[in-house]
Design a protein around this ligand. Structure first.
Ligand code: GAR
Length: 207
């Protein structure tokens, strides 16, 4: 069984998609062993509780400085002994120590087709605002492994979604979640749980 820890900051609809996937069998060989949020008000924590998943809040506000927060986050993670860390709307800069320790064992869902609309400053609704501003006709989502850069790690899965006339950022965000994020994130976990993914030369290969 792949031990998965999910890191969240907000609503947790991607967490819900993973929980549903484990329940309905579209994600196999997987156990969600913990949920960690940096935000105590994240509804994602409620979702964890409703599903009897151990949850923790590690908030930067409770620590004197960033490095103490980083240490606490890594300690909480290590305690849960994850095989895979899933960043599901986790809006915190990942400490380098954590990237090194969990290289090729940490994935992120990003709400665009990387390398478009990604990097510093591109998160959540902002991504969709920028896509609409630019007038692109196709958007989407990406699951990638996490490396030292922002949204630069090996790409595992992507799915395209069409923009419609009159879309608002909120409407587009919801469509990208429904048609792309909630599908490719559970699929990525299932592939990893079943030994179908390897990383070579900075690229993720599905076998
Ligand atoms: C999702 O759209 C996710 O792709 C995005 O935050 C949202 C979280 O929603 N993540 C990023 O922008 C990361 N750069 P959720 O809490 O309902 O899953």
């Amino acid at each position: 069984m792949l031990r998965v820890v999910v890191l969240v900051s907000g609503g947790g609809t991607n967490l819900q998609a993973i929980i549903d996937g484990v329940h309905n069998g579209s994600i196999t060989n997987t156990e969600i062993v913990g949920v960690i949020s940096n935000n105590k008000n994240a509804y994602a924590l409620e979702r964890a509780a409703q599903n009897q998943i151990p949850k923790r809040c590690i908030s930067p506000r409770d620590y004197e400085n960033r490095s103490l927060f980083n240490e606490a986050l890594l300690a909480a993670l290590d305690e849960m002994q994850p095989d895979l860390i899933v960043l599901a709307g986790f809006l915190v800069v990942i400490p380098e120590m954590m990237i090194t320790k969990y290289r090729n064992r940490m994935i992120n869902i990003h709400p665009s087709l990387i390398p478009s609309f990604c990097g510093t400053g591109f998160y959540g609704l902002k991504v969709h605002e920028k896509a609409l501003e630019r007038g692109v006709k196709v958007v989407g989502a990406t699951v990638h492994f996490v490396d030292e850069g922002t949204d630069t790690g090996p790409i595992l899965l992507q799915k395209a979604v069409e923009v419609a006339n009159g879309d608002t950022p909120e409407v587009l965000q919801r469509r990208v979640m429904e048609q792309a994020e909630w599908k490719i994130l559970p699929r990525a976990i299932d592939l990893i749980a079943n030994g179908k993914v390897r990383v070579a030369d900075g690229k993720a290969i599905i076998e």
